[in-house]
Design a binder for this molecule. Structure first.
Ligand SMILES: [Zn+2]
Length: 270
């Protein structure tokens, strides 16, 4: 329901004599998106004067909100594309992406910027296809990589997320790896296959014969463990039972989280 028409909100030029101003509109950011806007623009419905030619996508970006975080744009209650050019009196609502977010056009896979190395290793540990490299290839190369391989770029860098070449992107809010993993699981619900990927290079592990890899094992390892896997891309050898407790914890927590088994208050006795 669009409700009553918004009153004309074109502000007089005031002290801006000589400057041509376009239509006045109002923009309301969903609570999830307000973190990206300047404090003065976070609350409720904010009046804006556009230049009459800018797309709504540009206007939203000028608020500081990367379009990767925007799900739907409503004008007077009706959905419009980011290419929509606002008209006087438009009341715009900017809604966040719906979870879990579907990214059509390619299997779900990610590309992480250089600052998210820990998250990259953890996603690989969970079997999620995750490209990451260091040293930093630079914003232009990352954006081109995202486009070439149709990977969802994950970053905390808003400037990087605004690059036009990106195939898809998502902002990572937390600086803590545990929370970052949960953010990715919440937002994209990627299928998990722990212990199937090389944490060093993202290669898909394959079973390996002990004899074939024995020259890459230390003596104790060779005697103690029987099930081996190797990365065909970098040659690293993995064996069951020798994972660090820390990695086991990452896997256990992720599996419990996606199964809804995270700690909850005990049921009251019935
Ligand atoms: Zn590898």
């Amino acid at each position: 329901m669009p409700g009553r028409a918004a009153p004309h909100t074109v502000r007089p030029a005031g002290g801006m004599l000589g400057r041509v101003e376009g239509p006045g509109i109002t923009i309301a950011l969903a609570p999830e998106l307000r973190q990206f806007a300047a404090p003065a623009r976070r609350g409720g419905r904010v009046p804006v004067v556009t230049d009459g030619a800018a797309t709504l996508g540009h206007v939203v970006e000028s608020f500081g909100v990367p379009l990767t975080e925007v799900g739907r744009l409503l004008v007077n209650g009706r959905e419009v594309p980011v290419s929509y050019v606002a008209r006087a009196g438009d009341a715009v609502d900017v809604l966040p992406v719906a979870f879990p977010q579907r990214v059509p056009g390619a299997p779900l896979r990610f590309l992480l910027d250089v600052h998210l190395g820990t998250l990259a290793r953890r996603l690989r540990l969970l079997g999620v296809d995750t490209a990451w490299t260091t040293p930093d290839p630079g914003d232009a190369a990352l954006a081109a990589w995202s486009a070439a391989e149709r990977r969802v770029l994950l970053s905390r860098d808003l400037g990087l997320l605004r690059r036009r070449e990106l195939w898809a992107g998502a902002h990572v809010g937390s600086t803590h790896p545990d929370e970052q993993v949960r953010e990715v699981l919440d937002r994209f619900a990627p299928p998990l296959a722990p212990w199937t990927r090389c944490t060093a290079c993202n290669g898909e592990l394959r079973e390996a014969d002990k004899d074939a890899v024995s020259d890459r094992l230390e003596g104790g390892t060779s005697r103690s463990y029987d099930v081996f896997a190797e990365c065909p891309d970098c040659g690293r050898v993995y064996w069951r039972g020798a994972h660090h407790a820390r990695l086991e914890r990452v896997v256990d927590e992720a599996l419990r989280y996606v199964s809804g088994g995270s700690p909850r208050p005990a049921d009251p006795g019935v």
